[in-house]
Design a protein around this ligand. Structure first.
Ligand code: AMP
Length: 397
């Protein structure tokens, strides 16, 4: 994969596909601007080379074809102005490929930045539509993809648009190159012991990744809602905890495969459970084997945290994807935060992937203690699964 450094970009019109899909609160304030800050290296690199820079991103999921203000990139542009400190030289187009975007793009001068409106306002984006991609491509000389988090989707700004350029005119931005490099190197040649910590709500979404990981790692730790499918597969009573009954056989197969391959497989030994999925009402801290009928496990308990801490103690590489409990509610957040602290405290190369998981690391104040916090959840899972990502494939020379 070529990177932006391999291209001659001086003074050119350049398109950078960013991932500005940042979380916002009810008042529309950006609550975590990491994705924007991480895109700055590539943007500054282009500004300093006197490029006319066009930035584009999707934001959440507007109804295609409908321009709704709540999905506008306005807050992102306000944050970009502050971070880049170039208030006069950055503007937002009212549309994506419409008259305003075209006029503003044509009027751009060297070192100036234009942000297009939410790519998903246009029907063609998610349909990977070639006519839409050609329109986008006609605005620039160079195509750069810096949106790792969107690379697993064959959308127009990721796939069809990149195809409109030859290898001398398309490449990965610094952030994309860094993320891919990190995952590929770690998975190909991990320093051992290599531990995977997997949590979150669903086994189904992570099944393939888990299967692939068994061939690579020395130990697996399972937490979060997905642990209960494995606990039930071992014959335990799990009350009303989250479970995917149709995957019980699969869970058994995975545990057998782990045993055969000598991969140590750890499940929670105790849980925090409640009668309701709520931040009110009674909760109990109990051994995993004693979940009462009608109760559900919503976090791992302190004994599990202690056990998992021991397990990762000698790790040289850790991949973490998925929280250990319903971390969004304070009373069920301890297991996830403790996991975050314990991973950050090791000397291991620690890679955190996934929106929720990086949110945990961020809230726990551990981002600096991790080696790498990936901006892309689905994309990083796909890489672990060994799948080819459309956005990366198209950039390969
Ligand atoms: P995922 O998208 O699969 O990584 O799942 C993340 C979500 O899993 C978070 O929103 C958590 O609240 C949720 N989660 C974690 N542990 C549990 C649990 N024990 N029961 C229900 N949901 C959980």
């Amino acid at each position: 994969m070529k990177t932006i450094k391999d291209l001659d970009i001086d003074g050119k019109r350049i398109f950078i596909r960013c991932d500005f899909n940042v979380p916002k609160d009810n008042e529309g304030n950006i609550t975590d601007d990491r994705r924007i800050r991480e895109a700055l290296t590539t943007i500054r690199y282009c500004i300093d080379r006197d490029c006319r820079v066009i930035l584009a991103s999707h934001y959440e999921r507007p109804e295609p074809g409908k321009y709704e203000d709540k999905y506008s990139l306005k807050p992102v542009v306000r944050r970009l102005v502050r971070l880049l400190k170039i208030a006069d030289d950055i503007q937002l187009a009212e549309d994506v490929i419409g008259p305003d975007a075209q006029a503003k793009a044509a009027a751009l001068k060297g070192g100036e930045v234009l942000v297009l409106e939410n790519l998903r306002y246009e029907v063609g984006e998610t349909q990977n539509d070639e006519a839409f991609a050609k329109k986008l491509a006609s605005m620039v000389d160079i195509y750069i993809n810096d949106a790792f988090g969107a690379c697993h989707r064959a959308h127009a700004s990721i796939d069809a648009m990149a195809r409109q350029f030859d290898d001398a005119h398309r490449a990965a931005g610094f952030l994309l190159a860094k993320e891919v490099d990190f995952f590929e190197k770690t998975l190909e040649n991990p320093v051992r012991p290599f531990v995977a910590v997997v949590g979150g709500s669903k086994v189904s979404g992570k099944l393939e990744a888990l299967r692939q990981l068994l061939d690579k790692v020395d130990k697996v730790i399972i937490g979060g809602g997905m642990a209960f499918t494995f606990l039930k597969a071992q014959g335990m009573e799990i009350g009303n905890s989250l479970v995917e009954d149709e995957l019980l056989d699969e869970a058994r197969t995975i545990m057998i495969k782990a045993r055969k391959q000598g991969v140590k497989f750890y499940l929670p030994v105790d849980v925090v459970c409640a009668e309701e999925f709520s931040d009110q009402g009674h909760i109990k801290h109990i051994p995993a084997q004693e979940i009462p009928v009608g109760w559900m496990g919503l976090d791992i308990g302190s004994a599990s945290s202690e056990l998992f801490k021991q397990v990762i103690q000698d790790a040289e590489t850790i991949i973490w994807n998925g929280p250990m409990g319903v971390y969004e509610m304070d009373r069920f957040s301890k297991g996830s935060f403790q996991m975050s602290h314990d991973i950050a405290a090791t000397d291991a190369t620690a890679i955190v992937g996934g929106g929720d998981t990086s949110d945990v690391a961020q809230k726990a104040g551990d981002v600096d203690g991790m080696t790498f916090v990936s901006t892309g959840g689905g994309a990083s899972l796909n890489l672990i699964e060994g799948k080819k990502l459309p956005g990366i494939e198209v950039l390969k020379v």
